[in-house]
Every structure is written in C-alpha cells, then in structure tokens.
Design a protein around this ligand. Structure first.
Ligand code: B12
Ligand code: SF4
Length: 234
C-alpha cells in the first residue's frame, strides 16, 4: 500500500470543551516531528483548534493523536473520523492521558495501538518496522518495541513499560527542535481574538516555551506528571 507520507500527529482538540485557556503549540508533538524527520521520516503536525481537519485515504501511513483528559470526547470523535476515512492507516494514540488510561481508547475509539510514555523511541521503531512489515500483522510489527499496547482480533497485549529517555537521548531528541517552523504567529493571533473586549495580556499569550529539563521536577503527589516517567502504567 502506497502512502504519501509517514505520520500525521494531531493535537488535542478542545472545541466545546468546558475549560477555557489560551492555545499553545504542542511541544510533545513537535519534538517527535523534528526528531523523526532527522531519522528520514515525513511527519506533519496539525492542530484542529486552528485548522479544519479532514482525513484523506492513503495520505499518511500512521495517524497519531495526542489527548488530554479535558479533550477526550472531541479526540475520540476525531479518531472515529480518521478511522472511517483512512481504513488502511494505522490509528494510534499517545501522551499522558493515553498512557494512564489506554483501555478507554480501545473501548471507545477502536485504535490500533497506544504508545506509553515518551513517543520518540517507540515511534522511530514503529515507523522503521512498518517499512519492513505490512501493518496487517500488528504483532510482528510491534513485538520488539517496548511501550506499546495493541489490540488485534479483540485481544489486548502489551510490550511492557517504555523506559524514559536518558540524558543523551533527551539531548538527541530535543536538539533538532526547530522553533522557526512552529507557527507561533497563528497561535498568538488566535489567543488575541479570544480576549474580545479586553486588552490582551501579551505576557500570558505571546510566549515561546523552551526545554530546560525533562518533565517537571516538583513531583506533586496529585499530579500525573509525577508518575509518567517513573511508573508508566503496566
Ligand atoms: C507546559 C504545559 C502546558 C503549557 C503548554 C501546553 C502545550 N500545548 O504544549 C500550557 C500552559 C499552555 C498548558 C496548558 C494546559 N495544560 Co498543560 N502542561 C504542561 C506541562 C507542565 C508540560 C508539557 C510538556 O511540554 N511536556 C514536554 C513534552 C515533550 O512532552 P509531552 O507533551 O508529554 O509529549 C511527549 C509524550 O507525552 C508523548 N506524546 C504526547 N502526545 C503524543 C501523541 C502520540 C501519537 C504519541 C505516539 C506520543 C505522544 O510523546 C511526546 C514526546 O516525548 C504538563 C505537565 C508535564 N510535566 O508533563 C502539563 C499538562 C500536560 N497540562 C495539562 C492540562 C490539563 C492542561 C490544560 C488542558 C489545562 C486547562 N484545563 O486549561 C491546558 C491545555 C492547553 C493547550 N491548548 O494545550 C495536564 C494534562 C492532564 C491530562 N491527563 O489530561 C498536564 C499533564 C498537567 C497535569 N498533570 O495536570 N500546559
Ligand atoms: S502539578 Fe506539580 S508536578 Fe504537576 S506539572 Fe505542575 S508543578 Fe509539576
């Protein structure tokens, strides 16, 4: 099966969600994109909060969704759209919500697989494996990749935890991050519009975040961030 590109990454979709906040480009999705591109793969990121999304058959070999708890219903609706439009693409989810609650994506979204923890290493292995192996035999594709939960013929299987990036790997995946390619202007314009009658708070909405460390050092006991790397579920 011939696809035009390797991977589409879709940002969590907040439309009609109850929370109200300013939009920001997803660091996680862009970091994966820039890293995987250095490894020879063609990767796009799309944000349904800013651009209208339509999925086209045979455009992307893999379509991957990032999700937040707050955006879950919208994300699942988009996953259904992708599944219907692109039956030959592999449909996957990843990120913090998917790592801790992967079962709900199999129950309600019928995804092919979930990537637990940091996405760069498993996604590189997955795209490489898909170059050699047709996606019809998912078990052969994923069996050597740690951090994957997948479903085939109604059975859910798991390749174990995804070890967190070490210092060198963190450098390797972070260095290719190309801030100039991230459409900050579009986000800032959108955020300014949200202020309507009020004077926009530029310090809040016109920001560019940078990486200073891997995940949050504060380890608040109530926060999923504290458990994401150390204790990826199962
Ligand atoms: C910085 C930050 C923000 C920033 C920027 C967010 C952004 N868009 O990037 C701001 C202040 C804007 C923000 C806002 C919000 N945030 Co915030 N934020 C964070 C924080 C502190 C760091 C996120 C980050 O940049 N990580 C670094 C990148 C590289 O990692 P990553 O995003 O996790 O992505 C990696 C993996 O998760 C995985 N991955 C992610 N997506 C996918 C998809 C696929 C297909 C695959 C394979 C892998 C994969 O691979 C990536 C690369 O390794 C986290 C807590 C934390 N320490 O992680 C909370 C966190 C992500 N935020 C959270 C929330 C709830 C929000 C808001 C929804 C809050 C609100 N109610 O308004 C909004 C969402 C706004 C928005 N439009 O994005 C929650 C999400 C919880 C959940 N389970 O849903 C977190 C986890 C904090 C918490 N524990 O409560 N946030
Ligand atoms: S709630 Fe605490 S541990 Fe979680 S991201 Fe915020 S400061 Fe870090």
């Amino acid at each position: 099966m011939k696809f035009k590109k390797d991977l589409l990454l879709v940002n969590p979709y907040k439309v009609n969600s109850k929370w109200e906040t300013f939009l920001a480009p997803s660091f996680g999705l862009y970091r994966m994109k820039f890293y995987l591109e250095t490894q020879g793969f063609q990767v796009d990121v799309i944000d349904p909060n800013l651009d209208s999304v339509s999925f086209t058959q045979h455009e992307y070999k893999v379509i991957g969704f990032g999700t937040y708890h707050d955006t879950l219903e919208n994300d699942i609706a988009l996953i259904h759209q992708a599944r219907a439009a692109c039956p030959d693409s592999l449909i996957i989810v990843g990120g913090i919500q998917a790592t801790f609650s992967f079962q709900e994506f199999f129950d309600y979204a019928d995804v092919d697989l979930v990537v637990k923890g940091e996405g760069e290493k498993p996604m590189l292995s997955l795209l490489q494996a898909l170059s050699d192996q047709p996606r019809t035999d998912l078990e052969l594709v994923v069996q050597k990749i740690t951090g994957i939960v997948w479903k085939q013929n109604g059975t859910i299987s798991d390749t174990g935890p995804n070890p967190q990036l070490n210092h060198q790997e963190f450098n390797d995946v972070t260095k290719p991050f190309d801030f100039a390619q991230v459409p900050y202007d579009k986000y800032w314009e959108n955020n300014t519009q949200q202020y309507l009658q009020r004077e926009p708070n530029d310090i809040e909405i016109k920001t560019i975040r940078i990486f200073t460390s891997n995940y949050c050092p504060f380890r608040c006991t109530f926060c999923s961030s504290s458990f994401f790397l150390d204790r990826p579920v199962v």
